[in-house]
Write a protein that binds this ligand. Sequence first.
Ligand code: AMP
Length: 163
Amino acid sequence: MRLILLGPPGAGKGTQAERIVASFGIPQLSTGDLLREAVELSTKTGLHAKEIMQRGDLVPDELVVAVVADRLDQVDVANGFVLDGFPRTLAQAEALDKELYQRSLRLDAVLELKVDESVLVDRVKTRAEQMAARGEPVRSDDTPEVCERRLDVYRAQTRPVIE
Ligand code: AMP
């Protein structure tokens, strides 16, 4: 099963991806998680991505596509995957087409999560509060200001991917 989850920040892509992972036994490929890991490890990609992510902007397509292409070559994706947070631009969608074609892979479905935009910023705020209450590190881009920016970026760059 090869799936893509699309939707604005705070829509619950991560939560739904976890359920799909549990039901189908396929890994979640979250570009946000992969990039946060790269930032944590201070890799070249991470160093490049850090400030961009803190602003709520998109990391350049070439970097993200390279991260996903690498991940597609790992053994655990042989039976499928659920892509979470990718593609986020038309260029990424086109690049993904190529990467899949080169590996003779096809997608089974693209799921779009639709959530009333007026509740999204509040949901991100709640997520940050719940993570803090559990003693987990809070994402530095889970502030209301950065979330607004991430929503603007979603409307401008990711929504056209759905069309
Ligand atoms: P997420 O965890 O999906 O909300 O992603 C967190 C941040 O990582 C985003 O705000 C972007 O800065 C960056 N990011 C994640 N996925 C992508 C992507 N497909 N293209 C560009 N930037 C991304």
